[in-house]
Design a protein around this ligand. Structure first.
Ligand code: SAM
Ligand code: SF4
Length: 331
């Protein structure tokens, strides 16, 4: 395969991180992500492990350094450790991680760790069982807690917790989560609620902003200024002033970080998305299955990334919600 310059967009940003969605399926129905009544992708359109690895290998040859496996719930697919092993073997890939709702970790954490996975993000939006059922629409709070414990026992080098903050729903738990982060050593990442949900419940008034999150947490556990301002990391990281742990805040709505964005996504049905909020996609699956060469696919990657817009339009009247909701994009 030719060695050509990496994945550069027309604004000069370089894509170095790939979010690889391996399924749109999930056993949860989080209100901020999926509709209650969901129509799954036709399985024939979902990429095989072989196809996922091939696309990933091409992406890495184009300069992608980090891959995060996601979904839907990635662990609903059988043999994910096998996939991770294959991805981990791609030369020049520097980092492999996975985002999960945690429910399958009690049975899978050890196998994932043994497959070479070192970093894992687990979603948890509440520390209260009754509320968990309201947000996730499934009664699995204890299973997720058991999943976190299983990940701890399996010896992951880094466990982060993802918490979507919604006004009037869980914003009263921020200090509890901060305490949880301090007690466990796991960074809790508060995520502003983004307009990618399935039942169209999002509106601006439900976004509990980065500023408000910080004010709440700082009132009890003061934090230092962010240690990674101006980088491509989606979460700004705020260490606690007393040195005990940190929180992260992903402020996609109120402090968009598009100018530093280095991400590109592949959906489970093989569409390249150059932005989480993109309304157009580049089809990689059809050429892949029609016998395209690595160079042909690489050219599609480059063209898809080149066309990335300057930034999302959530804060503009021009915002157009993507057709896919979060579970089908890959968060
Ligand atoms: N099922 C896995 C999980 O829940 O961690 C992985 C996929 S999920 C789509 C990835 C992340 O996106 C989760 O942390 C979830 O909380 C977050 N997410 C989903 N919908 C969101 C929304 N509308 N706004 C902000 N974050 C969202
Ligand atoms: Fe499933 Fe994750 Fe979406 Fe919740 S956020 S419905 S766990 S894919």
């Amino acid at each position: 395969m030719a060695t050509t310059p990496g994945l550069v967009d027309s604004y000069g940003r370089i894509a170095r991180r790939l979010r690889l969605s391996i399924t749109d399926r999930c056993m949860f129905r989080c209100v901020y992500c999926m509709p209650e009544q969901v129509v799954w992708m036709d399985r024939r359109h979902v990429l095989s492990f072989e196809e996922l690895v091939r696309l990933s290998r091409i992406a890495v040859s184009l300069g992608v350094e980090r891959i995060r496996v996601t979904g839907g719930e990635p662990l609903v697919r059988r043999d994910v450790p096998e996939l991770l092993r294959a991805l981990g073997g791609i030369p020049n890939l520097r980092d492999l991680s996975l985002t999960t709702n945690g429910v399958k970790l009690p049975e899978m954490a050890v196998a994932l760790r043994e497959a070479g996975l070192r970093r894992i993000n687990i979603s948890l939006d509440t520390l209260r069982r009754d509320r968990f059922v309201e947000i996730v629409r499934r009664d699995a709070f204890e299973d997720v807690l058991a999943g976190i414990r299983a990940a701890e026992a399996a010896g992951f080098e880094e466990i982060k917790l993802n918490c979507v903050v919604m006004r009037g729903i869980n914003d009263d738990e921020l200090v509890d989560f901060a305490r949880f982060a301090r007690d466990t050593g796991h960074q809790v990442r508060f995520i502003e609620f983004m307009p990618l949900d399935g039942d169209s419940i999002w509106d601006r008034s439900k976004v509990f902003t980065c500023e408000e999150i910080l004010a709440r947490v700082n009132a009890v556990f003061p934090t230092l200024p962010p240690r990674n301002e101006g980088t491509a990391d989606p979460a700004r990281e705020y260490a606690f002033a007393d040195g005990r742990g940190a929180i992260g805040i992903i402020a996609s709505v109120t402090r968009a970080f598009c100018q530093w964005c280095d991400r590109v996504r592949i959906t489970a049905d093989g569409k390249l998305r150059n932005c989480l909020f993109a309304v157009t996609e580049t089809d990689l699956k059809t050429p892949l299955r029609a016998g395209a060469s690595d160079d042909d696919i690489a050219a599609l990657f480059r063209a898809g990334v080149y066309g990335k817009w300057a930034g999302h339009l959530i804060n503009s009247p021009l915002y157009q919600k993507p057709e896919r909701t979060m579970h089908a994009i890959g968060g």
